[in-house]
Every structure is written in C-alpha cells, then in structure tokens.
Design a protein around this ligand. Sequence first.
Ligand SMILES: Cc1cc2nc3c(=O)[nH]c(=O)nc-3n(C[C@H](O)[C@H](O)[C@H](O)COP(=O)(O)OP(=O)(O)OC[C@H]3O[C@@H](n4cnc5c(N)ncnc54)[C@H](O)[C@@H]3O)c2cc1C
Length: 552
Amino acid sequence: MAAMRWWGWGEEGVSFTHEDKPALGPFLQRVLDLDVNRVMSRPASFDAVRVPEPSASPELTAGLQDAVGDGYVSTDPLDRVVHARGKSLRDLVRHRRGDLGRLPDVVVRPADEEQVAAVMRVALDADAVLIPFGGGTSISGSLEAPAQERRAIISLDMSRLRRVLAVDAPSGLARVQAGALGPDLERQLNAQGWTLGHFPDSFTHSTLGGWIATRSSGMQSDRYGDIADVTRAVRVVTPAGMLVTRPVPHASTGPSVREMVLGSEGRLGVITEATVHVRRVPERRVILGYLFPTWSDGLAAMQDIAASEAAASVTRVSDAYETAFSFATRKDPSLLDRFKSRALTTYLRRRRGFDVDAMCLSFIGYEGSQNQVAVQRKAVGRIVGRHGGLSIGASPGELYDQKKFDTPYIRDFLLDRGALADVSETSAPWSRLSTLYDTVMAAAHGAFDELGTRGYVMCHLSHSYHAGACLYFTFGFKPSAQDEDLAQYDVVKSAIQQAFIDAGGTLSHHHAVGTEHARWLEEDISAPGVAMLQALFGGVDPGANLNPGKIA
Ligand SMILES: Cc1cc2nc3c(=O)[nH]c(=O)nc-3n(C[C@H](O)[C@H](O)[C@H](O)COP(=O)(O)OP(=O)(O)OC[C@H]3O[C@@H](n4cnc5c(N)ncnc54)[C@H](O)[C@@H]3O)c2cc1C
C-alpha cells in the first residue's frame, strides 16, 4: 500500500464525488448552505510549500544508518511531511494550507525487532525524540511533535514489519508483526483460513501496532471484541529493554502490563509484535438493513439485542439526521429502485404509522454457519418487531459494507468546498445514553448558534456492550469566517467533547487521547488517575524521548 496523500486521506486518484449521488447536492445546500459545484479551495501544491531543513546531527544520522542500513534512513521532504501528522481535521486543514508544524528530521524504516531496538538505543544516546508511526491515520493528534521541540525528531515507520509470523491453531492465536496494515494482515490470515475480524473504517491504511497503541475498535467488534479484548500478548522495545508478556488467556500478576501498553500512543516504547485472537473465516456473513420508527425505539432494540443470546456481529442504528444523510448519499437509483422505495415509504406511512422524517436506519450483522446465522436473524427479528421495526433486506447492508472504506474521503471533498466536517465518539452506560445524546445535540446546536452558522450534527450507535454502547457523532458546518476556521472548529468540537464528560460519557471510545482530547482526561479519569499515568510515563521514559506531549 502506497503512503497516503500528504494533504488528505487515502490514495492518489481516489476521491469522493457527489456526481453519482443526485440527492446529495440539494441535501448539503439545505443543511449547510453549501454549493457542491463551487470548489473554493484546493490543497497547496507541494512545490510551493516551504519545507524546513532537517536538523539531525551527522552523528545521529550515521548511528541510524548503522542501525537500519543507509537505504532506510530518509530526510526526503515529502517523506518528512507525510510522517509529521495523522489525519485529524486539524491536521488536514493545516497541511492543505502548507502549515506543516514541527516536522520529523528523519524517517527510519527498521526491518525487524533488533533494528527497532538499535534505533531506540541511538535515539536515547543522542537524546532525540522517537515517534512510532504505524499507518498515520491518527485522528487525535497522536503523531505530531510538540511545536517547540528542540531535540532531533525521529519518525520510526513500522511498514517493514508486516508479517503474520505463526498461527497457534489449537489456541486460536496468531503472532503478528506490529506494522502489518489491515488488508495485509487479513490477506495473510485468510490464506490460512483465519481472520482477526478487526475492521475500523481506517482499515485500509492503519496497522496492528497503531490499533493497539490507540485502543481501536472495528465495525465487527461486537462479535470479535475491541482490539483491547483480542490482544493477548505484546512485545515492546522500551528504554529498559524488551518488554514481553505471555499469551495466556488470563493472569493474576498484579496490574496488567499488557493493559498499560494498550492505548499508550508510543509513550512507553515501540510495539514490535502482538499475539492476537484469530477465528475461523465464517461460512456466512450478512448485514441486514432495518428501519425503526424513532431513535428511542432503535436504541431500546440495540440494548435488548445486546442482552439477548443473538450474538450479532454488527449493531448499528443511526438517528433520523444520519438516516436522512444516508439516503442523500445513495447512488443514482434505477427506476425499479425508485418504485420500490416509493412503495416502501407509502407502506411505512399508511400501514405502519411511521413518520418518515423520524425513522432510523439500522444495520445488524450476522456471522457463522448457515444455521447460526438463521438462528441469530430470527432472534433479532423478534426483538426488532417488539420495538416497531422492520427488516428492509440485505441490499442496504451490502451497499453500506461496500462503501464504508470510501467514506473517509468525504472530509477532503467538503474542505474543497469550504466546509468542515469531523467526528467525536464516546461510550456511556445504557441508562445515560438518551440524555447524553440530547445533551450533545443541544451543545452542538448551541455552538453553531454562537458562531452564527448553519451546521448539521448526526449520530449513530456503533457498538453495543453488556453495560452500554458507543455513540458516534458526525458534525459539519461552513465557518462564518474562513480565516477563523480552526478557531470555529474548536468551539464546536469542544462543546461536543464537554457534553460527553458532563453527561457521564468518556472522552473517546476508540479514537484515543493524543493532544486533541487530553484536556478532558482529568475530568474523565480523575486527578490521581492522570498522576498515575504521568508517573508511569516518567518512570519508563525519564528523558521524555518517546512521543512526548501525548495523553498526559
Ligand atoms: C477517516 C478515519 C476513520 C477512522 N476510523 C476508525 C475506526 O473505525 N476505529 C478506530 O478505532 N479508529 C479509527 N480511526 C482512527 C485511527 O485509524 C486509529 O487510531 C488507528 O488505530 C491508528 O492506527 P495507525 O496504524 O494509523 O497508527 P498511527 O496513526 O500511525 O499512530 C497512532 C498512535 O499510535 C502510536 N503507534 C503506532 N504504531 C505503534 C507501534 N508499533 N508501537 C507503539 N506505538 C505505536 C503512534 O506513535 C501514535 O501515537 C479513524 C481515523 C480516520 C482518519
């Protein structure tokens, strides 16, 4: 997989377009006052961007060359720019205008664990900063060096450590190198009949090590578990040597060191390898679409499904605003599709008493043998029916499944047209979800009003658990003053994040802390919790050489 565009998401030549989605233009005009035919800004040309000279000393460069070989130490301007940040909205906006921040001075690409350890030694001896780089998809500012950092900065790119090393079939465990990208990893596992089952929306460009270092969650985590659940053991190069934990199913060895590594964002060392749960590729996999009369019906159904024996692999329900957006992004429908959709709307209105402006689209996934899938579908069907919902078949689910990895391109499409769009996600107990939702919606609309702009906010429940669920909000607006775009973004983003905390949610369910969410950490985990993390980072990395400034 080639490196992503330096200024935006994904690969050259692939982009989001409104041209095959006839309802999208009118929708965006209505909700954001946005003319999709009017491109207002494009990313700066790379040739016009001023890339500061690197400042690694000749001794440091020579040490790194000894560690990984000459060909794997790069000071190429584009390489340094690509490794400077992740893909948060703030990253995209600044990169597009050529505001590059504090770039790494050098990018190194070790081949194996020994070389990672050698790079660590060189970095510490030179008192340089070392920032592990997986796929570069961080959405929380977890990769950017502090603006005032005076020491040399090394970006350690994990892309050469990408192999599945071994599968322990009786235990359902695989040893995998941490730099494996999602598609790489699944291809190697699938070839042996296994799957990890971890499919974040960033799957195509993110790595196992990055997932572990940010406590990632994937679309099918309801069935397979979040990355924290499936990571059984880790190998980490730390300043004090190799940290190795055992791939046992459970241990009573004091506070879990494995858990400390999960979500550590490069602050404790470089994860080189993990042992993860793998499962047999299921015989059958299906995602069905459902409609619920209202958001509260949809939420109640997801809660009942989570409490049932149905074991769905995906439980997702959108609020009415996201449902309207999903319908607006439908590709040009055929005559038959249009007829079916009119017939469905009439049926819903007249026979089921739905208010079509309030109805909520849901996707529920099933995996397993033919028989297991049939049993799960039946159990879920009964619950859906109890909450007034109905199935609309497999085609909406298939479409959603196909287009989910294209969706990340939409932020670049909107930025071209002068609008900002981003996401914030949280989790909370079932008892608080409805209030949390109302609090966040009110906070976002309050922020739009304060800015005097028309904005849109929508939400879906993306993962269900025994005790609660993840709510995932997407918001967009056209800044009322383009030169204040990031300041205005801060107003909306902060209002939403603060609402999470005020309503009893967490600052992030799976996007990590980084720098973007760090200011809410103390309210989330309490002052002694923050002090504990600071003591951990300070104890492991007394010189603050490892990705300083992130989390706490
Ligand atoms: C459009 C979009 C969609 C997204 N969808 C999802 C989603 O569905 N689910 C989800 O969980 N996240 C999602 N994310 C967030 C992001 O993809 C995750 O945080 C992901 O886990 C980062 O992986 P990465 O390999 O890109 O890591 P990077 O972005 O390269 O790094 C992230 C952090 O991990 C550290 N790190 C990386 N590799 C290592 C290593 N080997 N050892 C130690 N530290 C390391 C880095 O130093 C950094 O602090 C999305 C992001 C975007 C932009």
